[in-house]
Structures are given as C-alpha cells and as structure tokens.
Write a protein that binds this ligand. Structure first.
Ligand code: NAD
Length: 328
C-alpha cells in the first residue's frame, strides 16, 4: 500500500545515468530511496558508499521493499528488468528507449495494464524547461528541423543512434504533430560501431508537415536544437542552453511585452517581425521527470510520457532503422 505522500523507490543500474537518478531521487520530497542494485558489485559498492544508501545483492529483494523502481540499465536489459519488477507489483520508470524491440515494449504495456501499474519512459527532453516553455505558444508546425549531435562514447552503442539519440526528437515530433505519417526517407552510416552512428530522416505527415531529423554520435561538438517553422512564425529551441527564441510576423505593430523586440520587415511597408526570447526558468529536467513519475503514482494518473507514447516513438524509430538497414 502506497503512503499517499511518498513512494518507496529503488534504482536498478547505477552506471553513468543511474548515478544521477540516485542523486536526484534524494532531492525529491515525495521519494523514499530504499536502495540500489547493479549487476556490477564494484559499481554498486561505490555508489552505495558515496550516497550512503543500501545496496541489494539480489534485485528481487529490492523489488520486495519498493512501490516503484527506476530502470537505468543498458537498453538491452530494460525488458527483463521491467517484467521482473512488475511481477513484484512495482511501478516502473524505464530509461529511454523503452526497449530494444517492439514485442518487448508490448509485453511491458500488457503487463502494466493487467497489473494496473504505471509505466513512464525517460524521454527527458519533454521535461526540458526550454521545451516546457513553448507550451504557451500556438504550435502548428509545417516544417521541423532537428539536430542532435554528440561526440563518440561507447555507452549507448548497444543500439543504433536512431534508438539512442534520435528517439528523443522522434518523441517530441510525435507530441507536436497530430497527423499520421505518409512517407519516410532515411539514411544512416555505421562509422565506428556495428550500427548506424549517424542518421538522417525526412518524415512527411498526412497534414503536409515535414520533419527533418539528423542525429550523430560521432560529432566533434554537441548540438541539440529543434527549429519549428509555421505560418508567420519561426521558433527555435536549444535544449543544451535551455533557451527559446521566436520570430513572429504581424501586419500591425502590437503592444510589446517584456522580452519582445520588433523589426520592420525590409521591403514590406506593413509587416513587422516580433522577436521574443521568453524567460526560461532553469530547472533540472531529470528531477522534474522523476518527480512527475512519483506524482503519477501518488495521484494514479497517466504520466506525460507513458508506455504507450514511448512505444509509438520506438515503432517509428524501428521503422526508420529498418529503412537504413535495407540501404546498407
Ligand atoms: P552505463 O553503461 O553507464 O550504466 C549501466 C549500468 O547498468 C552499469 O552500471 C551496469 O553494470 C548496470 N547493468 C547492466 N545490466 C544490468 C542488469 N541486468 N541489472 C542491473 N544492472 C545492470 O549506461 P548509461 O549511459 O547509464 O545508460 C543506461 C540507460 O540510460 C540506457 O537505457 C540509456 O539509453 C539511457 N540513457 C538515457 C539518457 C537520457 O538522456 N535520458 C542519457 C543517457 C543514457
């Protein structure tokens, strides 16, 4: 039985990202961190000592003491760990992508539905304060351009870059465009690892919107940008800087709000460009999404990125990956 004010939670897999899960969970008032499990005992001891939290030698013993777990193992293990946790009645937060395959994701959805358990997936950019800041804007995209580039790191290479990085932008695009998909053109190249390290896709939606996504894990510099073009409006989000800028074309000069500037459009007597850089309140996206998971359990409500939306993102990612594989 869950205490209405706090949720007993454990973390499975305390590698690079699991370390931050432990750190952030400790800062969330509605969380009671019960302990951690990692199949690598040395890593588990290190994290257990540095945060002074119990380490469990048997994963099932941790499940037995928890209402929920956060699964931060490599993607290949999400399915088996999530099913084992749900078998012991634990709600699950699963890092992105939900699983490596669609049948695995569907197993998790079925189990969660049968047992009435909550599944949230770590599509963290949907909790990025810059992305949250555009919720006040009227978003009706006609063209979207995404760049997600990062230097090479062997972590995450158990899956292609489409499932590792592009999945973030796929989830975002599906949350922004309400239409179905008409056409997909994709290409990708294995440069360093056994699967595509760089990929590009052009997705044409049935409402005419087009999204062009490029993801790379072999770039010299990091970039995480989303640009939305729509009638009379251009919006750009920098996920790394946590900033939003928008340019809106108006026929008459409106009363300007704070953070807004106006420019006369050259060659157009009656057109004005209104530049807006809304204040984005800095916040920790990981803490926000984990707190949202715990609140969803406490209030028994559907999380923002539930298992179904994460599975839709995975289905599109795998469709893209299959096109890339056929070309290679
Ligand atoms: P990592 O390799 O640094 O850590 C994984 C940890 O899991 C290791 O300590 C390993 O010993 C442990 N582990 C492996 N198999 C296990 C098992 N069966 N049971 C328990 N522990 C096990 O990897 P990482 O970079 O922390 O990535 C972990 C997950 O987080 C991946 O799914 C990855 O896609 C995701 N991730 C998400 C983001 C994001 O932006 N949301 C960023 C990085 C990683």
């Amino acid at each position: 039985m869950i205490n209405t004010n706090s949720v007993k939670i454990g973390v499975i897999g305390v590698g690079h990202l699991g370390n931050f899960h432990v750190q952030q969970i400790q800062e969330i008032p509605q969380a009671e961190l019960i302990g951690i499990f990692d199949e690598n005992p040395e890593r588990a001891i290190e994290i257990s000592k540095s945060y002074k939290i119990p380490r469990f030698e048997v994963m099932e013993d941790l499940f037995a003491e928890c209402d929920a777990v956060s699964i931060v193992t490599p993607t290949s293990f999400h399915h088996q760990v999530a099913l084992a946790a749900m078998a012991q009645n634990c709600h699950v937060f699963i890092e992105k992508p939900i699983t490596k395959t669609i049948p695995e994701a569907r197993d998790i959805l079925k189990k969660a539905e049968n047992e009435n358990l909550i599944v949230q997936v770590g599509h963290i950019e949907q909790f990025n304060p810059a992305f949250l800041a555009i919720s006040d804007l009227n978003i009706k995209p006609r063209f979207i351009e995404c760049h997600r580039l990062s230097p090479f790191n062997p972590r995450g290479t158990d899956v292609p870059v489409v499932l590792d990085l592009m999945i973030h932008d796929i989830g975002i695009i599906l949350s922004l465009v309400p239409a179905g998909i008409k056409n997909i053109h994709a290409s990708g190249v294995n440069v360093v690892s056994n699967t595509a390290d760089i990929a590009n896709v052009r997705i044409e939606f049935t409402d005419g919107c087009v999204a062009n996504l490029t993801s790379s894990r072999i770039s010299q510099k990091q970039m995480r940008k989303l640009r939305i073009f729509q009638h009379n409006n251009y919006i750009t989000i920098d996920f790394l800087l946590g900033s939003v800028e928008s340019y809106r074309v108006e026929d008459a000069l409106p009363v300007l709000e704070e953070n807004q500037k106006s420019f006369k459009l050259e060659g157009h007597k009656e057109k004005y460009v209104i530049y807006n850089k809304p204040d984005v309140k800095p916040s920790n996206a990981l803490r926000l999404e984990l707190a949202h998971f715990l609140d969803s359990i406490i209030h028994q409500r559907k999380p923002l990125v539930d298992g179904h939306s994460a599975t839709k993102a995975l289905e599109l990612a795998i469709q893209i990956q299959n096109i890339i594989d056929e070309l290679n």
